[in-house]
Structure formats: structure tokens, C-alpha cells
Design a protein around this ligand. Structure first.
Ligand code: HSE
Length: 434
């Protein structure tokens, strides 16, 4: 082993993940060398605040304060981008690829927005751009899609890929909390950021969905083109009715194609059957259910965030390069061959729906609502009207069979205009995984 070649690694960014990568490169060094036949060693770290490097235990002689130094250092073979953001990080990755370095990144927001350009640069310079840490933290879902399921056409992917949102929904259901209280608790526990929008408005999930869609279907969907609905409007009563109906509410990324070849990529709170494995994913955990045409259903579960789980994904990318080092595998593109390239609009999608109305408690109201649904050829599968309620209005919860979204929305608009219907109708989409 003493003749092992060395893979020289530079890090840019020393936040929670960067610090874990630094520590784990040391603690797992022997293991990586045994498994890959290559010494994997951190040789330079770019960090804005030198005192942070000292806290993490990086020796002063390895520390620089300009990421350009790492991107252009001829003594490095591979660099790891953990700076976050989409401006400097884009420049850093481009510069490193142009300078002949392989790049590893955890940056889903950047890949979702500019993945197509970055992979062109990676191909042009024949350097790897690897991104296992960008989706699902410690779950090796990128490698599962690129390699483990390489022989499958992907029929669908359903992912719980934001731990903060899953924590909030779990607490709303299990501790009977409203959204605002569950969010405050998530912040106290250190899960949600002070600026919570990226998580709770669904954007982080959308970025990850774009990465998964590019792997599955060969084209990059810009996050702004992707339907994204977060959790702010979710009320605990809807989780309770869902439970009565045999469902649980999860923020899902749904990526799917159908026989006409168009692709759906969408993010929204979704009712799923309590019997589906995804329904038992609690707290900050993530899980991804992939349906392939050969393998059928596979499910991957684990910690989707945090220093060590994300560092594990970075080590996996390093091991991929180290396993062949100093020989090099061909750099591979993502999103180059559009297997399908038409994104379905939300109007076109087909779904089951949960509809909660607040209605006057008098004869004929249910019949009026049912008539509007029937006029739109939408069938009802179940109805709940709780026995005990206070005042002159009552909740009316209706589950409907598959309907085209545009038709369902048009029906909801007409239902909202019925005089006995008070307040705006609440609707949620339902997945049955059939
Ligand atoms: N904030 C994300 C989550 C982790 O809560 O899952 C980073 O993508």
C-alpha cells in the first residue's frame, strides 16, 4: 500500500458539511485507501474566516481565504465545493474544471439553475462533476439512479427530500401542532434556517427534484418552470381528516413520465396511503421511491441533511475518482440526451384530490356540491362530515377519483361560488402509487 498514488483534495467552504468532510477525510483515510488503493488527502482549504478553520482543527498552512487559490492550484486533483449560493460557487466550479480539476459539489440550487452549462464545461475539459451530496444527504440516491438502476427506464420517482418539512409535518400530526408552532419548534431544534423559505416554501425540494429529473429523463427543468407548493397553508385539521381516511400528508417531489412521453416534475403536499412505506418516514428523515421498468419499486431511506451524512456522500464521490486513480474514467454528462423533453403543465396532470369545504349545515348542500363535481365528470370516492361541530357551519371533506387538474380546479371554482359554501375551499393532491 505504500506505493499507493495520492488524490490531492481541495475544499472550498467550511460550514457544517465542510467541517465534517475535513474530519471524515482524516477518520476514514485508512478505509478509503484500503478500498480504493489510493491515498485521499486534503491539501488545501479555502475559508472566509481563518478562526473558523482553527476551530475545526485545520492547520494554518493549509488555509487560504480566497477560493480562487483552490480552483487554480496546480497541486490539487479534485476540489469540493461546499460554499453554497449560486454566484461564487458557479465561478469556482467553472474555474476549477477549466484548470483541470475534478469537482464534487453538494449544491443542488446551483445544479438546478445552471447544471446544463456546468456539465458542458465538465465535458469540454473531460473532468468529473460529481454531486452525490446534492440530494438526500447520506442516501446514495444519485449513484442508485446513475448506476444501480442504469438498465431501467424510470417510470416514476416519489421523494421526501426535505428533512425540515418532514419534521414539521410529523410534529403537526403527532403533537397536534399548527404549522407555525411546528416551524418554531424546527427552528429551536436547529433544523429550519432563520430564513425558512427555502425549506418550507418547497424550493429546496424543487432544486433536488430538478436534479433527480435530469438523471431520470435527460433534461434540466429550470426550478421556476416546476410547480412548487410548500407547507404554509397546511392546517392540522387536514392531517387529522387525512388520518381518518387512511392517509398521511407528506411534502413530495413527484417525477414521472407516462405513455405519451411527457414528463411531470412537481412539488406539493400530498396525501399518501398510510400503508405505503413513504408514510412511515418520520422526522428529519428522507426517502426516495423509484419505480423502474425492470427492477420495479426500490426505496432508499436515511438522513437527508447534516454534516456527517452529507460528508458520507462527498466521500463516496471521492472514492469513485480514487478507485481508478491515477487512471481516469470518461467524464459523464447529465441531461445531454433528452429521453423525454416535454414538461407537462399542471393543467394537464391527472390526480386524485382531497377537498375540504366549510359549508352551512342545511339540507341540499352536499347534493349541490356533488352536482358540480358530476357536471365535471369527477367521481366522489368518500365523504366525511364530522358529527360534532360548533356553530352554523360544518367542515365537509370529500375525496374524489382521478381527475385532470384543470377540470378539478374549474369544479372547485364553481363550488366556491355556491352560496352555502363559506370561505375558500382547501384542496390537496392524493397519490395512491398504482
Ligand atoms: N434544509 C434541507 C433539509 C437540507 O431540511 O432537508 C439541505 O438540503
Amino acid at each position: 500500500m505504500n506505493n499507493s498514488p495520492t488524490l490531492r483534495v481541495g475544499l472550498a467552504g467550511l460550514g457544517t458539511v465542510g467541517a465534517s468532510v475535513w474530519r471524515r477525510l482524516a477518520s476514514q483515510a485508512d478505509l478509503l485507501q484500503q478500498r480504493t488503493g489510493t491515498i485521499v488527502r486534503a491539501m488545501q482549504v479555502a475559508v472566509r474566516r481563518p478562526e473558523r478553520a482553527r476551530d475545526v482543527g485545520v492547520p494554518d498552512y493549509l488555509v487560504v481565504n480566497d477560493w480562487r487559490t483552490v480552483a487554480t492550484n496546480p497541486e490539487l486533483d479534485v476540489v469540493v465545493e461546499l460554499m453554497g449560493g449560486t454566484t461564487d460557487a458557479y465561478e469556482f466550479i467553472s474555474l476549477a474544471l477549466q484548470n483541470g480539476k475534478h469537482v464534487i459539489t453538494a449544491n443542488k440550487a446551483l445544479l438546478a439553475e445552471r447544471g446544463a452549462e456546468l456539465f458542458q464545461t465538465s465535458l469540454k475539459h473531460q473532468r468529473h462533476l460529481l454531486f452525490e451530496a446534492s440530494v438526500g444527504g447520506g442516501i446514495p440516491i444519485i449513484r442508485a439512479l446513475r448506476e444501480g438502476l442504469a438498465g431501467n427506464r424510470i417510470i416514476s420517482i416519489h421523494g421526501i427530500i426535505n428533512g425540515t418539512c418532514n419534521y414539521i409535518l410529523t410534529r403537526m400530526e403527532e403533537a397536534d401542532l399548527e404549522f407555525a408552532d411546528a416551524l418554531a419548534e424546527a427552528k429551536r431544534e436547529g433544523y429550519a434556517e432563520a430564513d425558512d423559505s427555502l425549506d418550507v416554501d418547497g424550493h429546496d425540494t424543487a432544486h433536488k427534484a430538478a436534479v433527480l429529473a435530469a438523471l431520470a429523463y435527460g433534461f434540466w427543468v429550470h426550478p421556476q418552470a416546476l410547480y412548487t407548493e410548500g407547507l404554509r397553508h397546511v392546517e392540522k385539521q387536514d392531517l387529522l381528516y387525512a388520518r381518518k381516511l387512511g392517509y398521511r400528508l407528506k411534502l413530495l417531489a413527484i417525477i414521472r413520465t407516462d405513455t405519451d412521453g411527457a414528463v411531470e416534475v412537481r412539488v406539493h403536499p400530498t396525501l399518501i396511503p398510510q400503508t405505503n412505506l413513504l408514510a412511515s418516514v418520520r422526522g428529519v428523515f428522507n426517502a426516495v421511491l423509484v419505480r423502474g421498468d425492470v427492477a420495479g419499486d426500490t426505496i432508499s431511506y436515511g438522513r437527508g441533511a447534516g454534516g456527517d451524512p452529507t460528508a458520507s456522500a462527498v466521500l463516496s464521490d471521492l472514492a469513485q475518482i480514487a478507485g481508478h486513480w491515477p487512471n481516469e474514467q470518461k467524464a459523464r454528462n447529465v441531461g445531454h440526451e433528452a429521453l423525454h423533453s416535454r414538461l407537462k403543465t399542471m393543467d394537464e396532470i391527472m390526480s386524485r384530490y382531497y377537498l375540504r369545504l366549510t359549508v352551512e349545515d342545511r339540507p341540499g348542500v352536499l347534493a349541490d356540491v356533488a352536482r358540480v363535481l358530476a357536471d365535471h365528470q369527477i367521481g366522489i370516492s368518500s365523504v366525511i362530515q364530522p358529527e360534532t361541530h360548533v356553530g352554523e357551519t360544518t367542515p365537509l371533506v370529500i375525496m374524489v377519483h382521478d381527475a385532470v387538474e384543470a377540470k378539478f380546479r374549474s369544479a372547485v371554482k364553481k363550488i366556491a361560488a355556491i352560496p352555502a359554501v363559506k370561505g375558500p375551499p382547501v384542496h390537496l393532491r392524493v397519490e395512491d402509487f398504482e
